[in-house]
Design a protein around this ligand. Structure first.
Ligand code: NAD
Ligand code: DAU
Length: 338
């Protein structure tokens, strides 16, 4: 199997690349990434250096570059993760989200279909469904109702992929996952930001009342689901992927878990102004992927959090490098005036 993984130097992409190298060592893997602020070649450098995978630096929006790649290599499968992925950044500026998530996905999809790539798995998000009230869970037929520019750009790309599957009878599949956490996550997202800020004795900026609920999934469980979908998922379908009921947790409680694991005091918490149009609650019904492909989340939240905290403790150099430079400017802009 000849596989292209886009966004392979990002958080989920790099975890997936490591996971597939271990689970499917016979696969030939090409890792593509533009190395934006969120991409870090360090995440997969051991695999590149040992020649287990090939790395290609390319922008998925670049038609000439993408076309040349598909002309030079006959892929069987594309696992498409490259994206702008941070909600707060999309509030500061939506253009790059439309460029990468909508135009980039369409460009990649056209090239894949044009060059006879058999399968295209588009990795999307539960945020396309918008927000839940106090009860209920998203199912695959829940109407799309995105509230942030990020979520809207992902919803648009989902629809292009599903339309392509219908129009051209192309083997494209969309997955929609809840919040991931684990190693290599860029420290602009809640869990790695709060772990690393706490380690630096900096404030933990909790938005609004801290009672927004997310459904947390350890990243390896997501990789497991993506492999099942890639190998056995039905073409043209959407599969919801997500955390178990016990992992549906308000941000305030996630914050207390982090502080407890690190032995830090709750006076590090700083309540700050809410995110505009902040989705109140996400929860997913994953019964379709469970029934069809036998997948379910396996890592209990306390175990996943212990592993994650241990990883950030053991990899201080990684996150100190990532947090310096351009990220510091974004952090300042995002949290000033809150
Ligand atoms: P990330 O921001 O950590 O990584 C994104 C990667 O895409 C980076 O390596 C970046 O360099 C690359 N990239 C960005 N623009 C590119 C371009 N134009 N061309 C090529 N590469 C480009 O994101 P992540 O959290 O790993 O998310 C990966 C995918 O999974 C995204 O599509 C996201 O929408 C989806 N997703 C994420 C989560 C989550 O909790 N993180 C949950 C559900 C779905
Ligand atoms: O649900 C899947 C989505 O999960 C993915 O599609 C996105 O790519 C990913 O970024 C994530 O989106 P969220 O907006 O839920 O994740 P984030 O880590 O930014 O925020 C999680 C919750 O924590 C959310 O309710 C906002 C809150 N938060 C976040 C940050 C960064 C804070 O209270 N303070 C913060 O500083």
């Amino acid at each position: 199997m000849n596989v292209l993984i886009t966004g392979a130097a990002g958080f989920i992409g790099s975890n997936l690349t490591h996971y597939l190298c271990a689970e499917r060592p016979q696969w030939k893997i090409t890792a593509l990434d533009a190395l934006t602020y969120a991409g870090n070649l360090e995440n997969i450098s051991a695999l590149v250096d040992s020649k287990k995978i090939r790395f290609v630096r390319s922008d998925i929006v670049d038609q000439v570059g993408v076309e040349a790649l598909f002309a030079s290599e006959r892929f069987d499968l594309v696992l498409h993760l490259a994206a702008e992925s941070h909600v707060d950044r999309s509030i500061h500026g939506a253009d790059v989200f439309v460029r990468t998530n909508v135009l980039g996905t369409q460009n990649l999809l056209s090239a894949a279909r044009g060059h006879g790539v058999k399968r295209f798995v588009h990795i999307s998000t539960d945020e396309v469904y918008g927000s839940l009230g106090p009860t209920g869970r998203f199912v695959e037929s829940t109407p799309l109702d995105p509230t942030s520019p990020y979520a809207a750009s992902k919803a648009a790309s989902d629809l292009m992929v599903l339309a392509c599957a219908k129009t051209h009878k192309y083997e494209a599949i969309v997955t929609r996952c809840t919040n991931n956490y684990g190693p290599y996550q860029f420290p602009e997202k809640l869990i790695p930001l709060f772990i690393t800020n706490a380690l630096e004795n900096k404030k933990l900026p909790l938005y609004g009342d801290g009672m927004n609920v997310r459904s947390w999934l350890y990243v390896t469980d997501h990789c497991d689901a993506l492999l099942a979908v890639a190998e056995r998922g039905r073409a043209g379908e959407v599969y919801n992927i997500g955390g178990a009921a016990e992992a549906e947790i308000p941000n305030r409680d996630v914050t207390f878990t982090i502080l407890k694991l690190l032995g830090k005091n709750s006076d590090l918490i700083e309540k700050v102004a809410d995110r505009p149009a902040h989705d109140r609650r996400y929860a997913i019904d994953y019964s379709k992927i469970n029934k069809e492909l036998g997948w379910k989340p396996r890592t209990p939240f306390p175990d996943g959090m212990q592993k994650t905290v241990d990883w950030y403790l053991a990899n201080r150099g990684w996150w100190e490098r990532v947090k310096s430079g351009d990220y510091a400017t974004f952090y300042e802009k995002n949290y000033r005036n809150r």
